[in-house]
Design a protein around this ligand. Structure first.
Ligand code: WT7
Length: 568
């Protein structure tokens, strides 16, 4: 029997109070995610149970019990406090998927700081934009990444401390840098956890939009109420499960369901700190007897590409439930997984801003391959008209996905950007920025994004950030960036570029520009293709018409360009 039981029944009587009650939380009282993920689990008698099984790319394995995690996260919290970091200060985590990233996250929350996780593949410019915006006070990183911090340090006056978790040769440390070894730290048996309450800020996740700089979605400790119960009902986490979330905590899936949800449920998690490789992924599942697996369509499509033979070389019989997030999950991928694993991937839809799963396929519910499923009990979701923002009553009509505000893990603002935050709400609905339709049975079907944001391998990249970076290249006069279809990553970045006088488009220049972006921003933001053009299509007011370029890439009808031209 699954945790959710019957979806239809749950829908009738679900209240968020059910989650509050299970977590023994009463309104107005303290709630601290760090405490809930470690101390509370130990108090429940699970101190000796494994919290984390970690494996490096070289095959090294480290294991930590909930009690070890409790005392080490205490040690981190105490250390941060000793450095003069206060509650409300932003502390960035900039690391590969090492144990210090996971425990650092909880340590920051325990001392009342705001955790700001950033993807370790980010280049200097991506890092700088986000640290400058958040006025981050400290950053926890690894020696392999500290060079990127050093290069931008002079422009970050608010950054006071750089904590390097693996630089044993202290003489190699530079200005503001400190060495902190978690595994060798003195365990701290008792730490006075910051008395956070529901609305105390917890996590700041940066996400990209169409215009402007990336925005920091600000979350609060009360998000736990959503994350705990969705992890329980949708991922179906139970006491003896071994759970593997393949997402990096630099993105919201890696924190909401790679840290908070599973550990608040007292479940053992596995982490594989290495890139994608079909046989090593299957081996990982076999070796650690993974039972629940949360991944993304790009990874699933990559596995499909490797074929069915490789699957047969491994014993994957431990698996019992599979979920997916980040991009549309094609019907073929669902059918394939049923065929090779005997289990269908269950699609879940949500966002950085929603903090937890919104529209999902539940254990036991009929899956319609290609559909995102139905709203989580407690979530009121619909599609609204593209112009009037009124709910669409008829089945099959495409509108904007809209959610009634008020669920516990909803973002509370964009960091110092209340104006953009407010613009996301229309007629009392939170507008996700995605288009979908709902069928007669209430299933949601994803259509596409409503803006120019590119979703590559389940990660959003903002065209504006890439276009701005491109302009910093000596050869680039103007640029427009769009998503181009890709069989595995769904979309990849394509750039259209006009060159400055004296420069000629060539394969060599294309590679140089690609590399320039990869280093500055990240491998995700790097254009996979550059087309040198004489001019870019523009509106009468001079705005570049990305949508026209995008439509061409997707082989779509461009239709009436006069409306596009007016679309400033
Ligand atoms: C955007 C949010 C929250 C997890 C990671 C992404 C797209 C997400 C699905 C899905 C189709 C999806 C949407 C959404 N997206 N899940 N199941 N089917 N599209 O978080 O970076 O904030 O991106 O990812 O476009 O708005 P994010």
């Amino acid at each position: 029997m699954s945790n959710i039981g019957s979806y239809e029944e749950k829908l009738k009587d679900f209240k968020w109070e059910i989650s509050e009650k299970e977590l023994e939380y009463t309104k107005g009282n303290r709630i601290n995610i760090g405490e809930y993920c470690s101390d509370r689990i130990c108090r429940m008698g699970k101190g000796d149970k494994l919290a984390l099984i970690w494996q490096s790319h070289t095959g090294e394995i480290k294991k930590y019990t909930f009690n070890r995690m409790r005392v080490l996260t205490n040690a981190i919290a105490e250390y941060l406090k000793s450095l003069g970091i206060n509650s409300g200060d932003r502390v960035c985590l900039f690391m590969d998927k090492v144990p210090e990233l996971y425990f650092g996250f909880l340590g920051i929350l325990k001392m009342g700081g705001i955790a700001q996780p950033l993807f370790s593949a980010f280049g200097g410019e991506s890092l700088y934009t986000r640290l400058a915006d958040a006025e981050t006070k400290a950053i926890i990183t690894q020696k392999k990444h500290v060079g990127k911090v050093r290069k931008i340090l002079a422009d970050l006056p608010k950054l006071e401390r750089i904590i390097v978790v693996d630089e044993e040769e202290e003489e190699k440390l530079r200005e503001k840098e400190l060495y902190f070894s978690m595994d060798n730290a003195t365990p701290v048996e008792h730490f006075d956890i910051f008395p956070s309450t529901a609305e105390t800020p917890s996590v700041l996740h940066y996400t990209s939009g169409t215009t402007g700089k990336p925005k920091g979605a600000q979350h609060v400790h009360y998000s736990l109420i959503s994350q705990y119960i969705t992890a329980k009902y949708v991922l179906d986490l139970k006491d003896d499960d071994i759970y593997w979330c393949t997402a990096d905590p630099g993105w919201v899936t890696g924190t909401s369901y790679g840290i908070i949800g599973p550990w608040a449920n007292g479940v053992t998690q596995c982490v594989l700190d290495s890139g994608f490789k079909a046989d090593s992924w299957y081996k990982f599942i076999e070796d650690h007897k993974v039972t629940i697996w949360y991944s993304a369509p790009t990874a699933i499509r990559s596995l499909m590409k490797e074929g069915n033979e490789v699957v047969k070389q491994f014993n994957l019989s431990s698996l019992r439930h599979l979920c997916s997030v980040g991009e549309p999950l094609n019907a073929e991928a669902v059918i394939w997984s049923k065929e090779v694993f005997g289990l269908a991937f269950h699609d879940t839809f949500w966002q950085t801003e929603t903090g937890s799963m919104m529209i999902c396929n539940y254990p036991g519910m009929k899956i319609k391959p290609g559909s995102m499923g139905k709203p989580f009990p407690g979530i009121t979701a619909t599609v609204v008209d593209l112009k009037t923002y009124q709910p669409i009553e008829r089945a099959g009509i495409v509108g904007l996905i809209a959610i009634k505000p008020g669920w516990p893990s909803m973002f509370r603002t964009y960091w110092k950007n209340e104006e953009v935050y407010k613009s996301k709400f229309r007629n009392d609905w939170y507008i996700c920025g995605d288009r979908a339709s709902i069928d007669e049975e209430g299933y949601f079907w994803f259509v596409g994004r409503d803006d120019d944001v590119i979703n590559t391998a389940g990660h959003l990249v903002g065209p504006f950030e890439i276009e701005s970076a491109l302009l910093e290249h000596e050869a680039v006069a103007e640029s427009a960036v769009v998503g181009k279809p890709d069989p595995v990553n769904m979309e990849v970045v394509k750039a259209f570029i006009t060159l400055k006088p004296g420069f000629m488009g060539s394969k060599e220049l294309e590679l140089k520009i690609m590399n320039f972006i990869r280093k500055k921003l990240s491998p995700l933001a790097m254009p996979q293709e550059i087309e040198f053009v004489d001019s870019l299509p523009k509106t009468r007011s001079g705005k570049i018409m990305r949508r026209l370029l995008r439509a061409k890439e997707w082989g779509e009808e461009i239709g009436d360009t006069s409306t596009l031209e007016n679309d400033d």
